[in-house]
Design a protein around this ligand. Structure first.
Ligand SMILES: [Ca+2]
Ligand SMILES: [Ca+2]
Length: 497
């Protein structure tokens, strides 16, 4: 079906070819501008469509409107460069080449245009002359038609008749659906005439049935989708002016979320950061909800869960629910064990005892076990052996104390979260006069030591390095002399305080 559009710039006539397939609708200016000839000094400014400028349209335009819904026409003020001319403009809007096209204009004679391929244009200018405006005859092989170019007043007016088939404004969008759910596709199309729609799946027309609705509307709906619905969907929009097919939209069934990285169990000390992480993939956007002991944690809706600073009460079993729009899957549940650091509850007490006695120093401590202890004297770690036991226990025992056991004792308590040192305790070992062998009592066993102290200062110190030779100064005059013998005898059989 040949379609030919003739536009007379200057007198606003517009005619069709063998059928009224010439298309006319907005936008006029955008379609017009590329067609303006440059033979008169360059492209004209785009015409402004305005029926209110006071010019009458030719009756043929109304006739065209009435008979051909695909044609729209109007008038526009012509750019001043066209003053003094009519312009005759032909566009082959058909899909076929027009052969042997001729254009006969009363003032110019016949122009042999030749073959006019589809969508190609030809234009020429006709000077405005005195008397009648030129008449135009258009023809091609098998067709001939004459047109009158009667002027419309004294101004020069552009008549337009431009259009194409319906156009798709918004293509349907690809979708991912849940098995068993519904999906819909929408198209937005525009055209000069009533539009009709036909949705297709994989190129085959769809018809409404129990699940499919809107197969011949702008919106297609499919209920209870199954894998059989997976495919390529498009829609054909048609009108009296033409046909257009939308781009294809793909429909796929969502694959359920898959957890690729399970959260790992954690142990942390109070105040530290507890960090959980889950990895998941899916064909739809995923959402997350962490839970503690099966209770959702408010706000914990990311792929990671950070708890800081972690507290004892945060201990528990954690998991995360990973969901898409269709289903949810649950991660493994893992434990968070929060440990409390070692803490000294009761410091060891300072003690003062008589030499030779057994003394114990004790500490009580809390914290997540296992707790380890290490007693120190003067900052130096003690080890079990000889008179010392419990050096790595809550209770340190020193038996048969020496004077030299006096000093500052503390204990370092350690667990997985670190170490803490108790307050120091002072051990004071006191002896008494007459107890020259420092066993805490004054007995006959002290006689030899007393004699040694009297007779040999150096010998005593060598024999009793952990005792005190001044215990032989019984009478308290600051010297160890024979004058101390009688007082020594007098205290034999006593016990140090
Ligand atoms: Ca003694
Ligand atoms: Ca003395």
């Amino acid at each position: 079906m040949n379609q030919l559009q003739v536009i007379n710039f200057g007198t606003a006539f517009l005619l069709q070819g063998s059928d009224l397939g010439a298309r006319g609708t907005n936008p006029f200016t955008g379609s017009l501008t590329p067609n303006l000839p440059d033979v008169i000094g360059g492209p004209a400014a785009a015409g402004v469509l305005d029926d209110s400028v006071g010019f009458a349209e030719k009756p043929e335009l109304d006739t065209l409107r009435a008979s051909a819904p695909c044609i729209d026409v109007g008038v526009a003020q012509i750019d001043s460069v066209y003053l003094g001319y009519h312009q005759v403009f032909l566009t082959n809007t058909s899909g076929d080449t027009l052969y042997g096209v001729t254009l006969t204009i009363s003032r110019l004679g016949t122009i042999a245009i030749g073959d006019l391929p589809t969508h190609q244009s030809f234009s020429t200018l006709v000077p405005v002359g005195a008397g009648n405006d030129p008449s135009v005859t258009i023809g091609w092989v098998g067709f001939s038609q004459s047109f009158d170019t009667e002027a419309l007043g004294t101004a020069y007016i552009v008549g337009l008749g431009l259009h194409t088939s319906p156009v798709v404004v918004h293509d349907p969008e690809s979708a991912v659906g849940c098995a068993g759910s519904s999906v819909s596709f929408q198209v937005s199309a525009a055209g000069a005439a009533q539009l009709h729609y036909q949705w297709r799946k994989d190129g085959l027309p769809l018809t409404d049935d129990g699940r499919i609705t809107g197969a011949v509307t702008a919106q297609l709906g499919i209920d209870a989708v199954t894998p059989a619905d997976v495919g390529s969907y498009d829609v054909v929009a048609s009108s009296a002016c033409g046909v257009v097919t939308s781009a294809s939209a793909q429909f796929t069934i969502a694959s359920p979320p898959e957890i690729t990285l399970q959260p790992a169990p954690l142990a942390a000390c109070t105040g530290e950061l507890a960090h959980f992480e889950v990895g998941a993939v899916g064909s739809m956007p995923l959402s997350y909800q962490w839970r503690k002991d099966t209770h959702p944690i408010p706000g914990a809706t990311a792929a990671i869960l950070d708890i800081f600073p972690v507290q004892i009460g945060d201990s528990g079993n954690y998991d995360v629910v990973v969901s898409d729009a269709c289903v949810s899957v649950m991660s493994e549940a893992v434990t968070l064990m929060v440990k409390s650091p070692a803490h000294v509850v009761t410091d060891p007490d300072s003690r003062s005892i008589s030499v030779g006695r057994t003394v114990t120093l004790s500490v009580t401590a809390s914290g997540t076990g296992p707790l380890t202890y290490h007693w120190r004297k003067g900052g130096q770690p003690l080890t079990d052996g000889g008179r010392i036991s419990g050096a790595t226990s809550p209770t340190l025992t020193i038996s048969a104390t020496w004077m030299s056991d006096s000093g500052s004792y503390d204990v370092v308590v350690t667990n997985d979260c670190g170490s803490v040192t108790s307050a120091p305790a002072t051990l004071t070992v006191t002896g008494c006069r007459g107890d020259l062998n420092c066993d805490g009592r004054v007995t006959f066993a002290d006689i030899d030591a007393f004699v040694l102290a009297l007779s040999s200062w150096g010998g005593y110190l060598q024999r009793y390095p952990n005792c005190d030779i001044m215990f032989a100064d019984i009478n308290g005059d600051g010297y160890v002399t024979f004058a101390d013998i009688d007082p020594f005898v007098a205290v034999i059989g006593t016990t140090c305080p």
